[in-house]
Design a protein around this ligand. Sequence first.
Ligand code: ATP
Length: 250
Amino acid sequence: MSIQNIIEINQISKNYERKIALSSLSFVVEKGELVALIGPSGAGKTTLLNLLATILQPDSGELFVDSKPISHYSDQKKRAKKIGIIRQQFDLVGQLAVVHNVLAGRLADWGLFKSLFSLFIPQEKQAALQALERVGLPDKLYERTSNLSGGEQQRVALARLLMQKPEIILADEPVASLDPARAEDILNMLTKIAKEEHQTVIASLHSVEYARKYFTRLIALKNGEIFFDLPAEQVTDQQLQELYQLKELN
Ligand SMILES: Nc1ncnc2c1ncn2[C@@H]1O[C@H](COP(=O)(O)OP(=O)(O)OP(=O)(O)O)[C@@H](O)[C@H]1O
């Protein structure tokens, strides 16, 4: 495996009972790539992200992250250094102040005592403030998280990623619940941060328009297989029509 490749997927298959979710999938991702996973509903995008997040195990095939088998990252501490996750549901604790949700990005590095103590006196508050400044929310440190709008909550989730500093960001439909202006705002911020921090992003997206605009490479899945895997600027409207089978609708 070349040093450049941060992710290598070899002939991965995953079934749910009799349903084939992924069928002998192979590809590699280089460090710093911004990859959008696209494809119709049920194509296998979430399954693939869950395999990379170690939430699921493949039935067959191999998965390497930074030259190590994915099983190496079952350990939460090791995983948190390498892989960060952002989802449509934000995964924030609504009752807590924003600062605690941002600092949750550091929990894997902190011992239990520091983590608990931080709930009374936030530790590394300055770093949390800087992260919130970078996502444009410097005045929300002590706001109850559930009081924030969806777009603001997703910014908090980005600030948490800034604290975690993973090398890989997995994003499962990160903007599906946001209106178009907020969605573009978050994707712009996510990809800008990833470039600045030299992070690799793999994001599933329903919007082909956003995928083309913000990502460098599009991997299209259909029926658990790769339909195409191309640099964003090379993807044609014809290929997209075939992917989503819009032809029948015309
Ligand atoms: N827990 C499960 N049990 C049974 N089948 C499942 C399960 N999770 C997913 N599937 C099936 O596996 C296939 C792939 O699902 P997956 O969620 O990975 O697709 P997706 O591309 O993310 O879809 P969407 O865009 O709708 O989120 C689908 O046919 C789905 O119905």
